[in-house]
Design a protein around this ligand. Structure first.
Ligand SMILES: Nc1ncnc2c1ncn2[C@@H]1O[C@H](COP(=O)(O)OP(=O)(O)O)[C@@H](O)[C@H]1O
Ligand SMILES: [Mg+2]
Length: 360
Protein backbone atom coordinates (compact mmCIF):
# COMPACT_ATOMS: atom_id res chain seq x y z
CA UNK A 1 0.00 0.00 0.00
CA UNK A 2 1.41 3.45 -0.91
CA UNK A 3 1.91 5.57 2.22
CA UNK A 4 -0.27 8.49 1.06
CA UNK A 5 -3.71 8.91 -0.44
CA UNK A 6 -4.05 11.98 -2.64
CA UNK A 7 -7.42 13.34 -3.67
CA UNK A 8 -7.07 14.54 -7.25
CA UNK A 9 -9.71 17.23 -7.62
CA UNK A 10 -10.81 18.26 -11.10
CA UNK A 11 -13.69 19.54 -13.25
CA UNK A 12 -15.37 22.28 -11.27
CA UNK A 13 -17.78 25.13 -11.85
CA UNK A 14 -15.58 27.41 -13.97
CA UNK A 15 -15.48 27.83 -17.74
CA UNK A 16 -12.19 25.91 -17.63
CA UNK A 17 -13.93 22.67 -16.59
CA UNK A 18 -12.80 20.68 -19.62
CA UNK A 19 -9.19 21.87 -19.57
CA UNK A 20 -9.14 20.93 -15.88
CA UNK A 21 -10.07 17.35 -16.78
CA UNK A 22 -7.22 17.19 -19.29
CA UNK A 23 -4.80 18.65 -16.71
CA UNK A 24 -5.94 16.03 -14.18
CA UNK A 25 -5.37 13.25 -16.71
CA UNK A 26 -1.75 14.35 -17.18
CA UNK A 27 -1.26 14.64 -13.42
CA UNK A 28 -2.79 11.19 -12.74
CA UNK A 29 -0.51 9.65 -15.37
CA UNK A 30 2.55 11.16 -13.67
CA UNK A 31 1.90 10.52 -9.96
CA UNK A 32 4.33 8.06 -8.39
CA UNK A 33 2.18 4.99 -7.57
CA UNK A 34 4.76 3.75 -5.06
CA UNK A 35 4.16 6.78 -2.88
CA UNK A 36 0.61 7.90 -3.62
CA UNK A 37 -2.68 6.18 -4.29
CA UNK A 38 -5.04 8.47 -6.18
CA UNK A 39 -8.66 9.07 -5.25
CA UNK A 40 -10.19 11.03 -8.14
CA UNK A 41 -12.80 13.60 -7.12
CA UNK A 42 -14.75 15.01 -10.02
CA UNK A 43 -16.73 18.22 -9.46
CA UNK A 44 -19.53 18.62 -12.01
CA UNK A 45 -20.37 21.84 -13.86
CA UNK A 46 -23.10 22.34 -11.28
CA UNK A 47 -20.87 21.72 -8.27
CA UNK A 48 -21.77 18.13 -7.26
CA UNK A 49 -18.79 16.13 -5.94
CA UNK A 50 -18.35 12.59 -7.23
CA UNK A 51 -15.56 10.21 -6.38
CA UNK A 52 -14.55 6.66 -7.31
CA UNK A 53 -16.32 5.03 -10.31
CA UNK A 54 -17.58 7.89 -12.44
CA UNK A 55 -14.66 10.18 -11.55
CA UNK A 56 -12.27 7.42 -12.64
CA UNK A 57 -14.21 6.90 -15.88
CA UNK A 58 -13.99 10.61 -16.67
CA UNK A 59 -10.29 10.53 -15.94
CA UNK A 60 -10.00 7.67 -18.47
CA UNK A 61 -12.01 9.45 -21.20
CA UNK A 62 -10.12 10.77 -24.25
CA UNK A 63 -11.59 14.23 -23.77
CA UNK A 64 -8.87 15.98 -25.77
CA UNK A 65 -9.79 13.96 -28.86
CA UNK A 66 -13.49 14.61 -28.28
CA UNK A 67 -12.86 18.37 -28.09
CA UNK A 68 -10.67 18.29 -31.19
CA UNK A 69 -13.01 16.19 -33.29
CA UNK A 70 -16.42 17.48 -32.25
CA UNK A 71 -17.30 20.49 -30.08
CA UNK A 72 -17.25 21.77 -26.53
CA UNK A 73 -21.05 21.31 -26.38
CA UNK A 74 -20.72 17.63 -27.38
CA UNK A 75 -17.96 17.12 -24.81
CA UNK A 76 -20.07 18.72 -22.08
CA UNK A 77 -23.09 16.59 -23.02
CA UNK A 78 -20.91 13.46 -22.81
CA UNK A 79 -19.76 14.40 -19.30
CA UNK A 80 -23.29 15.12 -18.12
CA UNK A 81 -24.57 11.80 -19.47
CA UNK A 82 -21.69 9.86 -17.87
CA UNK A 83 -22.66 11.35 -14.50
CA UNK A 84 -26.36 10.64 -15.05
CA UNK A 85 -25.76 7.06 -16.13
CA UNK A 86 -23.53 6.35 -13.14
CA UNK A 87 -26.43 7.35 -10.87
CA UNK A 88 -23.88 7.81 -8.11
CA UNK A 89 -24.56 9.79 -4.98
CA UNK A 90 -22.35 12.85 -4.57
CA UNK A 91 -19.34 12.36 -2.33
CA UNK A 92 -20.25 12.65 1.34
CA UNK A 93 -17.34 15.05 1.99
CA UNK A 94 -16.02 12.91 4.81
CA UNK A 95 -12.33 13.30 4.04
CA UNK A 96 -11.23 11.61 7.23
CA UNK A 97 -13.31 8.51 6.50
CA UNK A 98 -11.79 8.39 3.03
CA UNK A 99 -8.34 8.62 4.68
CA UNK A 100 -7.23 11.42 2.37
CA UNK A 101 -3.80 12.77 3.30
CA UNK A 102 -3.66 15.65 0.84
CA UNK A 103 -5.28 17.07 -2.28
CA UNK A 104 -3.86 17.83 -5.71
CA UNK A 105 -5.89 20.72 -7.05
CA UNK A 106 -6.28 20.53 -10.82
CA UNK A 107 -9.16 23.02 -10.79
CA UNK A 108 -8.63 26.07 -13.00
CA UNK A 109 -10.44 29.39 -12.72
CA UNK A 110 -13.28 30.39 -10.40
CA UNK A 111 -13.98 28.12 -7.41
CA UNK A 112 -10.67 26.32 -7.91
CA UNK A 113 -7.95 28.89 -8.34
CA UNK A 114 -9.44 31.74 -6.33
CA UNK A 115 -9.04 30.65 -2.72
CA UNK A 116 -12.49 29.20 -2.16
CA UNK A 117 -11.56 25.53 -2.32
CA UNK A 118 -8.29 26.30 -0.51
CA UNK A 119 -10.24 27.83 2.41
CA UNK A 120 -12.51 24.83 2.51
CA UNK A 121 -9.56 22.41 2.63
CA UNK A 122 -7.85 24.50 5.33
CA UNK A 123 -11.02 24.20 7.36
CA UNK A 124 -10.92 20.41 6.94
CA UNK A 125 -7.21 20.25 7.82
CA UNK A 126 -6.24 18.78 4.44
CA UNK A 127 -2.97 19.98 2.85
CA UNK A 128 -3.17 20.85 -0.85
CA UNK A 129 -0.94 21.74 -3.79
CA UNK A 130 -0.32 25.33 -4.82
CA UNK A 131 -1.10 28.67 -3.25
CA UNK A 132 -3.09 29.37 -0.10
CA UNK A 133 -6.30 31.36 0.33
CA UNK A 134 -4.99 34.92 0.25
CA UNK A 135 -2.58 34.64 -2.68
CA UNK A 136 -5.11 32.61 -4.69
CA UNK A 137 -7.82 35.22 -4.13
CA UNK A 138 -5.49 38.16 -4.77
CA UNK A 139 -4.07 36.82 -8.02
CA UNK A 140 -7.55 35.96 -9.29
CA UNK A 141 -8.29 39.69 -9.29
CA UNK A 142 -6.20 41.36 -11.98
CA UNK A 143 -6.65 44.85 -10.48
CA UNK A 144 -5.52 43.79 -6.99
CA UNK A 145 -2.61 41.80 -8.43
CA UNK A 146 -1.39 44.94 -10.17
CA UNK A 147 -1.69 47.01 -6.99
CA UNK A 148 0.36 44.51 -4.99
CA UNK A 149 3.15 44.01 -7.48
CA UNK A 150 3.36 47.72 -8.32
CA UNK A 151 3.91 48.30 -4.61
CA UNK A 152 6.85 45.88 -4.83
CA UNK A 153 8.35 47.96 -7.65
CA UNK A 154 7.26 45.88 -10.64
CA UNK A 155 5.82 47.75 -13.63
CA UNK A 156 2.24 47.08 -14.76
CA UNK A 157 0.19 48.38 -17.68
CA UNK A 158 -1.62 51.65 -16.87
CA UNK A 159 -5.34 50.97 -16.50
CA UNK A 160 -8.67 52.25 -15.25
CA UNK A 161 -10.94 50.04 -13.16
CA UNK A 162 -14.71 50.43 -13.40
CA UNK A 163 -17.60 48.76 -11.59
CA UNK A 164 -20.22 47.03 -13.70
CA UNK A 165 -23.03 48.37 -11.49
CA UNK A 166 -21.92 51.95 -12.33
CA UNK A 167 -21.70 51.17 -16.03
CA UNK A 168 -25.31 50.05 -16.11
CA UNK A 169 -26.40 53.36 -14.56
CA UNK A 170 -24.27 55.82 -16.51
CA UNK A 171 -22.54 54.26 -19.51
CA UNK A 172 -21.90 57.60 -21.25
CA UNK A 173 -20.02 59.05 -18.27
CA UNK A 174 -17.86 55.93 -18.12
CA UNK A 175 -17.13 56.08 -21.85
CA UNK A 176 -15.92 59.67 -21.35
CA UNK A 177 -13.82 58.75 -18.33
CA UNK A 178 -12.13 55.94 -20.24
CA UNK A 179 -11.44 58.04 -23.31
CA UNK A 180 -9.87 60.75 -21.13
CA UNK A 181 -7.53 58.29 -19.46
CA UNK A 182 -6.55 55.54 -21.93
CA UNK A 183 -5.63 55.78 -25.60
CA UNK A 184 -7.02 53.48 -28.30
CA UNK A 185 -6.35 50.63 -28.85
CA UNK A 186 -6.82 49.27 -25.35
CA UNK A 187 -7.92 46.05 -23.69
CA UNK A 188 -11.20 45.64 -21.83
CA UNK A 189 -11.10 42.70 -19.42
CA UNK A 190 -13.20 41.27 -16.62
CA UNK A 191 -11.15 41.47 -13.39
CA UNK A 192 -11.47 37.84 -12.33
CA UNK A 193 -11.95 35.53 -15.28
CA UNK A 194 -9.38 33.49 -17.19
CA UNK A 195 -8.92 31.84 -20.59
CA UNK A 196 -9.39 35.27 -22.24
CA UNK A 197 -13.15 35.02 -21.65
CA UNK A 198 -14.85 38.41 -22.03
CA UNK A 199 -11.63 40.14 -23.18
CA UNK A 200 -11.77 42.51 -26.17
CA UNK A 201 -9.13 44.62 -27.85
CA UNK A 202 -10.92 47.88 -28.53
CA UNK A 203 -9.51 49.75 -31.55
CA UNK A 204 -11.92 52.70 -31.79
CA UNK A 205 -14.99 54.24 -30.20
CA UNK A 206 -17.40 52.04 -32.17
CA UNK A 207 -16.10 48.94 -30.40
CA UNK A 208 -16.19 50.38 -26.89
CA UNK A 209 -19.81 49.84 -25.88
CA UNK A 210 -20.12 46.15 -26.95
CA UNK A 211 -16.78 45.39 -25.26
CA UNK A 212 -17.84 46.98 -21.98
CA UNK A 213 -21.29 45.41 -22.09
CA UNK A 214 -19.78 41.99 -22.59
CA UNK A 215 -17.16 42.35 -19.83
CA UNK A 216 -19.63 43.96 -17.39
CA UNK A 217 -22.11 41.12 -17.92
CA UNK A 218 -19.47 38.63 -16.79
CA UNK A 219 -17.88 40.32 -13.77
CA UNK A 220 -18.63 43.02 -11.21
CA UNK A 221 -15.32 44.76 -11.90
CA UNK A 222 -13.67 45.48 -15.26
CA UNK A 223 -10.21 46.76 -16.26
CA UNK A 224 -9.52 49.02 -19.22
CA UNK A 225 -5.83 48.63 -19.91
CA UNK A 226 -3.28 50.26 -22.18
CA UNK A 227 -2.04 47.96 -24.96
CA UNK A 228 1.54 46.90 -24.40
CA UNK A 229 3.24 46.23 -27.71
CA UNK A 230 5.79 43.54 -27.22
CA UNK A 231 6.44 39.91 -26.50
CA UNK A 232 4.44 37.76 -24.08
CA UNK A 233 6.88 36.10 -21.70
CA UNK A 234 5.95 33.53 -19.04
CA UNK A 235 7.96 32.18 -16.12
CA UNK A 236 7.10 29.09 -14.06
CA UNK A 237 7.86 29.44 -10.36
CA UNK A 238 7.99 26.49 -7.94
CA UNK A 239 8.51 26.40 -4.17
CA UNK A 240 7.44 27.65 -0.77
CA UNK A 241 9.92 29.81 1.15
CA UNK A 242 12.73 29.38 -1.40
CA UNK A 243 11.07 29.36 -4.80
CA UNK A 244 12.92 28.69 -8.04
CA UNK A 245 12.18 30.17 -11.46
CA UNK A 246 12.25 28.37 -14.81
CA UNK A 247 13.71 29.77 -18.00
CA UNK A 248 11.52 32.33 -19.76
CA UNK A 249 8.99 31.01 -22.25
CA UNK A 250 7.47 33.09 -25.02
CA UNK A 251 4.04 32.88 -26.58
CA UNK A 252 3.48 34.35 -29.99
CA UNK A 253 -0.31 34.43 -30.40
CA UNK A 254 -1.71 33.12 -33.68
CA UNK A 255 -4.09 36.09 -33.78
CA UNK A 256 -4.05 39.74 -32.77
CA UNK A 257 -4.00 38.60 -29.14
CA UNK A 258 -4.02 35.30 -27.26
CA UNK A 259 -7.77 34.67 -27.11
CA UNK A 260 -9.89 31.65 -26.09
CA UNK A 261 -9.91 30.06 -29.55
CA UNK A 262 -6.18 30.47 -29.94
CA UNK A 263 -5.65 28.94 -26.48
CA UNK A 264 -7.86 25.87 -26.73
CA UNK A 265 -9.29 25.29 -30.17
CA UNK A 266 -7.05 26.28 -33.06
CA UNK A 267 -3.72 26.01 -31.25
CA UNK A 268 -2.20 28.47 -33.68
CA UNK A 269 0.02 30.18 -31.11
CA UNK A 270 3.74 29.46 -31.24
CA UNK A 271 5.83 28.71 -28.18
CA UNK A 272 9.51 29.39 -27.70
CA UNK A 273 11.60 28.09 -24.81
CA UNK A 274 13.77 29.96 -24.11
CA UNK A 275 12.10 33.21 -25.12
CA UNK A 276 13.64 35.09 -28.05
CA UNK A 277 15.05 37.90 -25.92
CA UNK A 278 18.65 38.52 -24.81
CA UNK A 279 19.93 36.44 -21.90
CA UNK A 280 20.38 39.43 -19.57
CA UNK A 281 16.79 40.47 -20.18
CA UNK A 282 15.64 36.90 -19.47
CA UNK A 283 17.45 37.07 -16.14
CA UNK A 284 15.66 40.30 -15.28
CA UNK A 285 12.27 38.76 -16.10
CA UNK A 286 13.04 35.71 -13.94
CA UNK A 287 14.05 37.96 -11.06
CA UNK A 288 10.83 39.95 -11.46
CA UNK A 289 8.82 36.70 -11.45
CA UNK A 290 10.36 35.64 -8.13
CA UNK A 291 9.78 39.10 -6.69
CA UNK A 292 6.12 39.06 -7.73
CA UNK A 293 5.69 35.54 -6.32
CA UNK A 294 7.03 36.72 -2.97
CA UNK A 295 5.05 39.98 -2.98
CA UNK A 296 1.81 38.08 -3.58
CA UNK A 297 2.58 35.47 -0.92
CA UNK A 298 2.46 32.56 -3.36
CA UNK A 299 3.41 29.01 -2.37
CA UNK A 300 3.69 25.72 -4.21
CA UNK A 301 3.58 27.07 -7.74
CA UNK A 302 2.48 29.88 -10.04
CA UNK A 303 3.03 30.94 -13.60
CA UNK A 304 3.94 34.61 -13.77
CA UNK A 305 3.11 36.28 -17.09
CA UNK A 306 4.76 39.41 -18.46
CA UNK A 307 4.98 41.61 -21.50
CA UNK A 308 8.39 42.83 -22.61
CA UNK A 309 7.96 46.11 -24.47
CA UNK A 310 9.30 45.79 -28.01
CA UNK A 311 10.79 49.29 -28.02
CA UNK A 312 12.00 49.92 -24.49
CA UNK A 313 12.54 46.33 -23.18
CA UNK A 314 10.46 47.39 -20.16
CA UNK A 315 9.26 44.38 -18.17
CA UNK A 316 5.54 44.71 -17.45
CA UNK A 317 3.70 42.15 -15.33
CA UNK A 318 0.41 41.02 -16.89
CA UNK A 319 -1.03 38.43 -14.51
CA UNK A 320 -0.26 35.51 -12.21
CA UNK A 321 -1.88 32.09 -12.62
CA UNK A 322 -1.78 29.98 -9.47
CA UNK A 323 -3.14 26.79 -11.09
CA UNK A 324 -1.81 27.09 -14.63
CA UNK A 325 -2.67 24.61 -17.38
CA UNK A 326 -1.15 21.23 -16.60
CA UNK A 327 -1.57 19.22 -19.78
CA UNK A 328 1.44 17.56 -21.41
CA UNK A 329 1.76 20.52 -23.78
CA UNK A 330 1.05 23.28 -21.24
CA UNK A 331 3.61 26.00 -20.67
CA UNK A 332 4.05 25.40 -16.91
CA UNK A 333 5.30 21.78 -17.07
CA UNK A 334 7.30 22.54 -20.22
CA UNK A 335 9.02 25.47 -18.52
CA UNK A 336 9.87 23.28 -15.54
CA UNK A 337 11.34 20.74 -17.95
CA UNK A 338 13.56 23.57 -19.21
CA UNK A 339 15.35 23.50 -15.86
CA UNK A 340 15.52 19.73 -15.72
CA UNK A 341 12.37 18.97 -13.73
CA UNK A 342 10.41 16.28 -15.57
CA UNK A 343 6.62 16.03 -15.34
CA UNK A 344 6.64 13.13 -12.81
CA UNK A 345 9.23 14.94 -10.70
CA UNK A 346 7.20 18.14 -10.84
CA UNK A 347 4.09 16.33 -9.59
CA UNK A 348 6.10 14.77 -6.79
CA UNK A 349 7.67 18.07 -5.78
CA UNK A 350 4.28 19.78 -5.67
CA UNK A 351 2.91 17.06 -3.40
CA UNK A 352 5.98 17.32 -1.14
CA UNK A 353 5.62 21.12 -1.01
CA UNK A 354 1.95 20.69 -0.09
CA UNK A 355 2.80 18.35 2.78
CA UNK A 356 5.55 20.68 4.04
CA UNK A 357 3.59 23.93 3.77
CA UNK A 358 2.47 25.38 7.09
CA UNK A 359 -0.74 27.33 6.63
CA UNK A 360 -1.45 29.13 9.88
N1 LIG B 1 -2.47 45.28 -21.81
C1 LIG B 1 -2.33 44.39 -22.79
N2 LIG B 1 -1.53 44.66 -23.85
C2 LIG B 1 -1.37 43.75 -24.85
N3 LIG B 1 -2.00 42.56 -24.89
C3 LIG B 1 -2.82 42.24 -23.87
C4 LIG B 1 -3.02 43.13 -22.75
N4 LIG B 1 -3.85 42.53 -21.89
C5 LIG B 1 -4.17 41.34 -22.43
N5 LIG B 1 -3.57 41.15 -23.61
C6 LIG B 1 -3.72 39.97 -24.49
O1 LIG B 1 -4.84 39.22 -24.08
C7 LIG B 1 -4.47 37.91 -23.59
C8 LIG B 1 -5.32 37.51 -22.41
O2 LIG B 1 -5.23 38.49 -21.38
P1 LIG B 1 -4.92 38.11 -19.88
O3 LIG B 1 -4.91 39.38 -19.10
O4 LIG B 1 -3.69 37.29 -19.82
O5 LIG B 1 -6.19 37.29 -19.44
P2 LIG B 1 -6.46 35.74 -19.09
O6 LIG B 1 -6.49 35.68 -17.60
O7 LIG B 1 -7.80 35.45 -19.65
O8 LIG B 1 -5.34 34.93 -19.68
C9 LIG B 1 -3.00 38.06 -23.27
O9 LIG B 1 -2.33 36.82 -23.31
C10 LIG B 1 -2.54 39.02 -24.38
O10 LIG B 1 -2.42 38.32 -25.62
MG1 LIG C 1 -3.31 35.25 -19.48
Amino acid sequence: MPPFTVALMFGGRSAEHEISIISAQSIAANINPQLYSVLPIYITHKGAWLCGGVAQNILNLDLAALLRNSSIEKAQATLVSMVQQAGQNPFDLNFRAAAIDLAFLALHGSYGEDGRIQGFLDTCGIPYTGCGVLSSALTMDKALTKLCVADAGIAVAPSVTIFSADYVVEPEAIHRLIEQQVEYPFFVKPASLGSSIGITKVHHQGELQPALESACSLDWKVLIEKTIRGREIEVAVLGNEQPIASLCGEIKPGKEFYDYQDKYIFNTAQFYIPARIPVDLQEKVRTAALKAYRALGCSGMSRVDFFVDEQTDAIVLNEVNTIPGFTDISMYPRLMESIGISFPELVERLLELALKMKRP
